[in-house]
Ligand binder design. Structure first.
Ligand code: B12
Length: 439
């Protein structure tokens, strides 16, 4: 172990051996940078944009790891360790599987970096790196800080990612969020959020990475009132029940919301019940919900997931029919992916329905492949059907038809955004499908 830590490398691994066109600034690494003492020099490598240097030998390397990037992250970690560089792994995947991550690192950090990263660095400096550091996931966000200086000069999508809250008040069985943030939803001070937005380029689109910007009515109203004067244009992920509240929707539009990402997931009520998302239907019919957003000029990005027990070719195709009828500006159709830490993964594992026990490490697994045995379809058919829907939604004629037929009354900026979003989604659909994870 190095006695002194003067240079560290931060790495955002890629999923596989290909460049991505949807790379946005990795906020997690911006947070690490903000909490790193100023006398330590930081290099950032984002493998989605650039190849990693072959002979990098910093005093410490830290990687942010998601389940889809775990295999690649371990390959990179193993190479650094071979060169004698101590490795720290953190993020979603190491939080859920610290033991697995520990086999490829000198230290694993679970949960939030804040409150722990400083200790990791001081221990590393003292030559006493511990194998496991536990972030709480419940620490207040009062001292939220991020350093975007490390992203300078990199070819990220020109979107400003910003975070107002952590966690989600819902607990859907496929999602990693509740397991990662077990406590209540934490909110940042609005004054700090406003200050951060003011320091960024407001000609660019902002994307709130919050898992559900509608944490509660009072908070959302306060947030919208705080950002409205900033004149920014933004997108967010939001639960469908926001559409029940006309005032909230109007205020979102007035505050500059151009695009809302909504998880419709399924047209089938029993599937929704099984995933713990029966509340999705309580806000009215899906078509009517989308209309409410469109009326206020907010475009809608709908996401769907296939493979729950009631799914058949018909229930899956019904999602495409809805997406087209509702004139969704963007959509994503995904085969259900059991990630460790989710209730879904545990359920499928105990039911003996997993086709791979650790698909994220398995060289035979390819992106988009079925990972488990569905009830009413063959494994291949639900995965194929999901891909067929993506293909159908993102054919050039479909993209042009949907663009011209958008019901949101797109202004020029929004139209450009929707058009670009479609082109990038199309490219990513074909680029990722059936790619192996790792190099
Ligand atoms: C924005 C986003 C995207 C963007 C890209 C973001 C980017 N920067 O390029 C887009 C839309 C392209 C995207 C794509 C995908 N995403 Co995404 N995404 C998000 C989202 C909503 C926000 C990410 C973010 O900025 N968070 C804010 C930062 C500050 O939080 P953080 O990353 O958790 O980091 C904190 C801690 O985790 C920890 N930490 C993290 N890394 C490290 C490393 C070290 C060393 C340490 C000490 C600490 C540490 O400290 C940080 C600060 O406290 C998250 C959900 C979420 N709430 O995070 C999903 C999420 C990360 N995505 C997810 C998934 C599944 C995907 C896809 C695979 C989906 C798909 N089927 O294709 C793809 C491909 C991603 C890939 N790996 O290549 C899952 C990952 C689940 C998992 N178990 O790994 C999440 C959690 C969503 C979910 N609800 O399940 N995504």
């Amino acid at each position: 172990m190095k006695e002194s830590v003067r240079r560290i490398t931060l790495i955002r691994p890629n999923m596989g051996d290909f460049r991505a066109s949807d790379a946005m600034t990795p906020l997690s690494l911006g947070v690490l940078s903000a909490w790193t003492p100023k006398d330590i020099e930081i290099s950032l490598y984002d493998e989605r944009l650039e190849a990693l240097p072959e002979s990098d030998s910093p005093d410490l390397v830290a990687l942010t790891v998601e389940t889809f990037t775990a295999r690649r992250a371990y390959q990179i970690a193993d190479q650094y360790r071979k060169r004698g560089v101590p490795v720290v792994l953190g993020g979603y995947h190491p939080t859920f599987l610290p033991h697995e991550a520990g086999q490829h690192s000198d230290a694993v950090v679970t949960g939030d970096a804040e409150g722990v990263w400083e200790t990791v660095l001081s221990d590393a400096r003292a030559g006493q790196l511990q194998p496991l550091y536990r972030g709480t996931g419940e620490r207040p966000l009062a001292d939220y800080a991020i350093d975007r200086g490390i992203f300078a000069g990199k070819r990220y999508n020109p979107i400003q990612l910003i975070q107002a809250t952590r966690g989600c008040r819902f607990s859907c069985d496929f999602c990693s969020i509740r397991a990662f943030y077990p406590g209540t939803v934490r909110r940042r001070e609005l004054s700090g959020l406003v200050e951060e937005i003011e320091s960024l380029n407001r000609r660019q689109l902002f994307f709130f990475v919050d898992d559900n910007l509608y944490a509660d009515r009072e908070h959302l109203l306060a947030l919208l009132a705080a950002i409205r004067p900033l004149g920014m244009r933004w997108a967010c992920q939001v639960s469908i029940d926001v559409a029940r509240d006309e005032t909230l929707l109007e205020k979102m539009a007035e505050a500059g919301c151009l695009l809302a990402l909504i998880g419709f997931e399924s047209m089938n009520a029993q599937n929704l019940r099984q995933m713990g998302k029966a509340w999705n239907r309580a806000s009215g019919g899906y078509l009517e919900v989308v209309e409410r957003f469109h009326k206020l000029g907010i475009a809608v990005y709908g996401t769907f997931v296939f493979g729950y027990d009631e799914d058949t070719t018909e229930t899956i195709r019904a999602c495409l029919d809805f997406a087209l009828a509702a004139r969704l500006e963007l959509a994503n159709f995904n085969p259900l992916t059991p990630t460790p830490g989710s209730r879904l993964y545990e359920r499928l594992r105990t039911e003996g329905r997993l086709l791979f026990s650790e698909w994220w490490l398995d060289p035979a697994y390819r992106y988009g492949d079925p990972i488990f045995i569905p009830r009413k379809m063959t494994p291949e058919s639900f995965a194929e059907e999901a891909f067929r829907l993506k293909e159908a939604f993102y054919t050039w004629p479909s993209m042009v038809r949907r663009f011209l037929g958008s019901a949101a009354g797109l202004d020029l900026y929004q139209a450009a955004l929707v058009a670009l979003g479609n082109v990038i989604s199309r490219r990513e659909v074909f680029r990722k499908q059936r790619r192996s994870l790792g190099a």
